[in-house]
Design a binder for this molecule. Structure first.
Ligand code: AQP
Length: 330
């Protein structure tokens, strides 16, 4: 039986964090055995906010290096940059004509972004979910691994695919959101109520994959906790400690009971550095591997090959779409 196809991506809006790794990339690595995977650096999505061009370029390359150093295999998976596969934008335009404004008005991420960037409320922020639908539908993807917060966007991709298929007959594969069972939600170290984000204004709240060990240790030592002094999992009363436990559990494989026992009678002064050390051990090979890939100049070959393979699939799907809507064959 053919393997199911998966598409997923991360936008290079900031340097990748421990959250990006534990919430997404780590799972992606495991999917490679079971599925046919496309992993994208979705740089077209990144420009809905303003970026320094050189920083965006650097981040995109570094993101690719981190994908590979973390275990995404460019031989088994298709790994590429979105802007190198022009069919994303082409299909995006077409799908926009099959998306209702009411649907886009309901997107919670649009509402959040409107509040966050009132001075740059561009049309890209509004139509972002249409491009995301194109990302998915362009490859006949069956499964889309996403966090809870992106589920609404996959639902929209399904609605667009079904609407289109309703008009023209079966053209698109209708994708399923795939929220992995294991996949930690990592919170900011300085504000444990909020998600750890790449674009957080406070860099002390996020641990970046490329952070040096000293910086990681400092961030964990300063992490916000509470005055109870007990390592106990209670996200309501002890949000900071619970976040550190989630991180420690994700990187060591220990469950919360085991962690509580391990640190029974020990204060946060012991727990915080232990979490830091476990994170440093997890991230070190990724940082070192990524630095090596960048220094060796291997990336260009990898992303060119990825784009070529992605384009070959995308072209077929786009031809199918052109055909059914009545565009004259090239
Ligand atoms: N803190 C996190 N915990 C768990 N999962 C996370 N992801 C991101 N942060 C965490 C997962 O990473 C995938 C790709 O995310 P994205 O970069 O495309 O968008 P995002 O979720 O908006 O990530 P950020 O870091 O918060 O980006 P900015 O700051 O640009 O908005 C998703 O699967 C996400 O769940």
């Amino acid at each position: 039986m053919d393997k199911k196809r998966i598409f997923s991506g991360i936008k290079p809006t900031g340097d990748l964090t421990l959250g990006s790794y534990l919430g997404a990339i780590k799972n992606w690595v495991g999917f490679q055995d079971e599925y046919e995977c496309l992993y994208c650096i979705v740089n077209e999505h990144a420009i809905t906010i303003r970026n320094d061009p050189e920083v965006l370029r650097r981040r995109s390359r570094e993101q690719l290096a981190q994908y590979i150093a973390a275990g995404l295999d460019p031989k088994r998976s298709i790994i590429y940059l979105q802007s190198h596969v022009s069919q994303h934008a082409e299909l995006g335009w077409i799908l926009g004509c099959y998306t209702m404004m009411g649907e886009l008005n309901r997107m919670t991420q649009f509402k959040d972004m409107s509040k966050k960037h009132p001075d740059n409320l561009n049309a890209g922020i509004y139509t972002y979910p249409v491009l995301m639908a194109a990302d998915i539908l362009l490859f006949d993807s069956q499964l889309v691994p996403v966090g809870e917060d992106q589920k609404q966007h996959v639902e929209l991709a399904r609605n667009i695919a079904q609407r289109f298929n309703g008009v023209y007959g079966d053209t698109f594969v209708v994708p399923e959101p795939f929220v992995p069972k294991v996949g930690a939600r990592i919170k900011s170290l300085t504000n444990p109520e909020a998600k750890m984000s790449k674009s957080d204004d406070d860099p002390q709240g996020s641990v970046y994959i490329l952070d040096e060990p000293d910086a990681i240790l400092k961030k964990f030592k300063r992490a916000k906790t509470d005055s109870l002094g007990v390592v106990h999992y209670d996200p309501t009363e002890q949000a900071g400690i619970s976040n550190l436990m989630t991180i420690y559990s994700a990187v060591t494989g220990k469950n919360f009971d085991e962690i509580e026992k391990e640190f029974e009678g020990k204060g946060y002064g012991v727990f915080k550095p232990a979490v830091a050390e476990a994170v440093i051990d997890t991230l070190r090979p990724i940082r070192e591997g990524a630095e090596k890939l960048i220094a060796e100049g291997e990336l260009e070959k990898i992303y060119r090959d990825g784009a070529e393979r992605a384009s070959a699939i995308a072209e077929k799907v786009l031809d199918r779409v052109h055909d059914v809507i009545g565009f004259v064959k090239r």
